[in-house]
Write a protein that binds this ligand. Sequence first.
Ligand SMILES: Cc1ncc(COP(=O)(O)O)c(C=O)c1O
Length: 385
Amino acid sequence: MISLAIPNLTGNEKKYLDICIDTGFVSSVGRYVTQFESMVADATGSKYAIATSAGTTGLHVALTAVGVRRDDLVILPTFTFIASANAIRHCGADPWLMDINETDWCLDPQKVKEALDTQCEIQNGIVIHKKTRRRVAAIMPVYTLGNIPDMEEFRSIADKYHLPLVVDAACAIGAKYKGVDLGMLGDLSILSFNGNKTITCGGGGAVLSNNEEMASLVRHLTTTARVWPEYDFDMVGFNYRMTNIQAAVGCAQMERVDEFVSRKRKIRDYYYKSFSQLTEQKITLFPTSDGSSCWFSGIVLQEGQGMDEVKSLCNKMKEKDIEARPFWKPVHLQEPYRGCPIEDTNVTDALWDRIITLPCSTNITDNELETVSNTVKYFLKENFF
Ligand SMILES: Cc1ncc(COP(=O)(O)O)c(C=O)c1O
């Protein structure tokens, strides 16, 4: 089977795991956690990286740290993995759902600006959503596919409204924006090290920050807000720490981060080149921004086609031992988020059910890439739908 996105564990993972077991450091204390944080900070241009048990818990703690509270609203693209919305809900808040750009599949800053300008008022320095009278507490762009949107525009919107930028960069390790590393862009940015990510710890996450105070608050919250050395706690904290075992795998992975990101970009380039001659069907390729980390690659079926055709092609591919899958179903179509404040979702609605992700593991061979692309082309040519 040529899998969609599987871990590449052929480096020092086993060796470092053995050391954890031999030394007994398997829990949340141990040298790998500190080492992993420093490697992640270096690779993302951040002053501080705080390792967490998952990307979702990283998002929850980051939103808590910037002050998101019950009944607040957080601006979120509807086209994202549901974990982004869940983290907002875990704070007792709701996402205010907005649309994406066709060019990068990320939150559209112009639409965010327009919504804030026309639908909010400022009261005592607080942004109030006029229709619901709820406070808008943060903006959460998502770096879809490892693409970074116009962060200069987001920064100016965030500054104008004094809103924090909490970035869901779950799949974006290795991405840059105009040559600037991703850790320098948001107030807090969150990575995921889940099994399908470019770098994995099995499961895990990290919160990135350049602000010392904010970084210590995040760390404090992830470690039950304990005030050492006694059993004193000064806030309601969380047990969101990464374990030494996860970090041991993470350190071995981070040793190869440049190699892995470069391979992801080559996979993107391969599919771009390979499908460029395809004229029978007007499929398009996933969009890619300059400096994208190219987490996932794939195709978009032509207008008028939808989930039936996507599933049908994925099933055909499966018969040929190739894994291909649909992508994110938007948040506004998910049961728990019906009724959340929402703006127009035209781009998302016209797009999401035509997307097919194709195999893009960092250890996929060139021969396998050729097999995948020839198989897709064969089925499209046969007009199997
Ligand atoms: C955009 C996005 N946000 C959040 C997450 C959640 O990360 P985790 O699975 O590590 O909790 C993921 C991936 O799984 C993701 O793709």
